[in-house]
Design a protein around this ligand. Structure first.
Ligand SMILES: [Zn+2]
Length: 244
C-alpha cells in the first residue's frame, strides 16, 4: 500500500473485507515500497505482496537486485512486479528494458509469476515478451492497449487485469477489451491509490472500490457481479498460487 495509506491501513483492509474483497495483492514499485508490501502481507490475512522495480524507478537504481531475491523468498510474496516499460513517464528506454529483462530472469529463477506494467510501449513490450520466456505466468496489469495488442498478449499466455478506467466515460477500446478477455484470463484490480473507478473518479482509490469495476465488467459481459467476482477470484488464486 502506498504511503498515502499510512495510519489507515487497518481501515483500508477492513473496508475491503466489508465489501467482500477478501484477497488483495499489494504491489511494490521500488525497494522501500516492496519492503512495506511484505510487512503488510505479514500483518493482514488475505493480503499478499508483489515486489519489484517499476520502470519509472530504474534511473536511480544501482545494480543491486539482492533485495528482490531476499524479499521474494517470503511465503506471502506471490509475484515479481510491477515491472515493465513506461515510455510515458519512464526514463531511459535502454535501461528500462535491461532492468525489466533482469527481473523476468529473477522471477523465473524463483518460480514466481510476473506483474507487468506497460504504457505507450506496445511494440517493445511484445518484442521482449516474445524473446524472453516468462516461465510461471504473467499478467498485463491495468491493461490500456488496443484489442490487437490484447490478442497478441493472450497468444503469449497473458492474464489481463482491468482497473477503474473501464468505468470511465471515455473508456473506448477498453469496452471491447473487457468483452474479449477469455473467462479464464480475466483479473481485476484497483491500481490504488490511482485510477479510482466511477463514481469515485479523481479520488484516492482503495481496494473496496474494485466492486464498481467488477460491476461495470459484469454489465459489459452481460453477466452477474457474482459471476465476475467468482471467476476473477478463481483466476487470481490460480495465477498467484494462493491455496486457501
Ligand atoms: Zn502500473
Amino acid at each position: 500500500m502506498d504511503e498515502q495509506y499510512d495510519g489507515i491501513r487497518d481501515e483500508i483492509v477492513e473496508n475491503a473485507k466489508k465489501n467482500s474483497v477478501l484477497y488483495m495483492a499489494n504491489i511494490g514499485y521500488n525497494k522501500e515500497t516492496s519492503v512495506k508490501a511484505v510487512e503488510d502481507a505479514k500483518k493482514y490475512d488475505g493480503v499478499y505482496a508483489v515486489v519489484g522495480i517499476h520502470p519509472e524507478n530504474v534511473d536511480d537504481l544501482d545494480d543491486d537486485f539482492k533485495f528482490i531475491y531476499e524479499l521474494a523468498k517470503e511465503p506471502k510474496v506471490v509475484a515479481v512486479g510491477e515491472i515493465g516499460l513506461d515510455y510515458h513517464y519512464g526514463g531511459d528506454a535502454a535501461k528500462q528494458k535491461e532492468i525489466f529483462v533482469k527481473q523476468i530472469q529473477i522471477a523465473n529463477e524463483l518460480g514466481k509469476p510476473v506483474v507487468i506494467h506497460s504504457r505507450d510501449a506496445d511494440m517493445d513490450m511484445l518484442k521482449i515478451l516474445k524473446e524472453n520466456k516468462i516461465e510461471n505466468g504473467f499478467v498485463m496489469h491495468c491493461f490500456s492497449s488496443s484489442t490487437e495488442v490484447l490478442k497478441e498478449v493472450l497468444k503469449l499466455g497473458a492474464y489481463v487485469s482491468l482497473a477503474g478506467p473501464v468505468t470511465f466515460k471515455n473508456a473506448r477500446s477498453l469496452i471491447d477489451v473487457a468483452k474479449l478477455i477469455p473467462e479464464d484470463r480475466l483479473l481485476i484490480e484497483t491500481d490504488a491509490p490511482y485510477l479510482a473507478p466511477e463514481p469515485f473518479r479523481g479520488k484516492r482509490n482503495e481496494a473496496a472500490y474494485v466492486v464498481h469495476t467488477a460491476q461495470k465488467i459484469a454489465d459489459l459481459r452481460e453477466c452477474s457481479l457474482e459471476k465476475i467476482a467468482e471467476i476473477t477470484t478463481r483466476n487470481a488464486k490460480r495465477f498467484y498460487k494462493i491455496e486457501s
